[in-house]
Design a protein around this ligand. Structure first.
Ligand code: C2E
Ligand code: MG
Ligand code: MG
Ligand code: MG
Length: 280
């Protein structure tokens, strides 16, 4: 009986896997078409300077505007894009679109902002990111010093051999470098201090339970203090409550992103937020 059950489970599981595989292939095909049909969008989430309370930048976050399904969040398609290599095309498109938009905002007289773009490990591994950045900055006329590239700890660790060289090259090109989701990977601050980084982004998971979890508060405070000692700016991700913001201010965290001010929004809505706070 146990054997029957086992076989039953196995058969069920295997059928499940087949469905999952089929769905993945279908999604990959749709995603390829979505890129061609220009169904991708860039949304912008404000980055706020904590001391002044002013928007000083934005993170560019991709969405897929599917005609039938509506807005599809990145977590539904980025993993597949990573596996299939489509992330190279997507990443290139997001970078170009963001720099174009940034140039437009400058031309419209909006104050200069830092625009942060996520770079996947694949782009580091085989995307020739340095040449891409140079081409896009030239083509769009967006100033290098206003572009920030976000990468994850694992993205850095996976590419150990030439990563230092690559980061130095990007730095030399004038762009800023940030570590995304800091604290969720396996790198230590002692290790990161060797890299030419500008910003540490504390992962949202350490912010969520402030002010209720003592451990998380200590971790966040430590990342801020040590980050500063090592010469980095520190940004907190996913700030949703006034208590979290008050805590971060008290610990001298430099900036934040979070729903407390705004989720990621389309370019026009972002420009409205900027105008609302008054230009200069
Ligand atoms: P991420 O780079 O860590 O981006 C931050 C995510 O946290 C965004 O989710 C943002 O909407 C969300 N977030 C910010 N503040 C809050 C908050 O207060 N509460 C909550 N609940 N969430 C908040 P999103 O846009 O769904 O993006 C998810 C992830 O997808 C990103 O995480 C990033 O890893 C990836 N991603 C997005 N766009 C791109 C892209 O263009 N290229 C690559 N390679 N990855 C991307
Ligand atoms: Mg990010
Ligand atoms: Mg993050
Ligand atoms: Mg993340």
């Amino acid at each position: 009986q146990a054997k029957d059950q086992g076989r039953g489970c196995y058969a069920y599981f295997s059928e499940d896997q087949t469905i999952a595989a089929r769905e993945r292939i279908a999604l990959e095909t749709r995603l390829r078409r979505a890129i061609e049909q220009q169904e991708l969008r860039v949304f912008y989430q404000p980055q706020v300077d904590i001391a002044s309370g002013r928007i000083v930048g934005a993170e560019a976050l991709v969405r897929w505007q599917d005609p039938a399904e509506g807005l599809i969040p990145p977590l539904r398609f980025i993993p597949i894009a990573e596996e299939t290599g489509l992330i190279l095309d997507i990443g290139k498109w997001v970078l170009r679109e963001t720099c174009r938009q940034g140039r437009r905002w400058l031309d419209e007289g909006l104050p200069p902002l830092t625009l942060a773009v996520n770079v996947s490990p694949q782009q580091f591994r085989r995307g020739n990111i340095s040449a891409l950045v140079e081409a896009v900055l030239n083509e769009t006329g967006f100033p290098a010093e206003h572009l920030e590239l976000e990468m994850t700890e694992s993205g850095l660790l996976e590419n150990q051999s030439n990563v230092m060289e690559l980061l130095n090259k990007l730095r030399y090109q004038g762009v800023r470098l940030a570590i995304d989701d800091f604290g969720t990977g396996f790198s230590s601050l002692a290790y990161l201090k060797h890299f030419p980084l500008d910003v540490l982004k504390i992962d949202k998971s350490f912010i969520d339970d402030i002010p209720h979890l003592q451990d998380d508060m200590e971790i966040a405070a430590t990342i801020i203090a040590m980050g500063h000692i090592l010469g980095f700016k520190v940004l907190a991700e996913g700030v949703e409550t006034p208590e979290q913001l008050a805590f971060l201010r008290e610990k001298n965290c430099d900036s934040y992103q979070g729903y407390i001010l705004s989720p990621p929004v389309p370019a026009e809505a972002f420009a409205l937020l900027l105008r609302e706070q008054g230009i200069n």
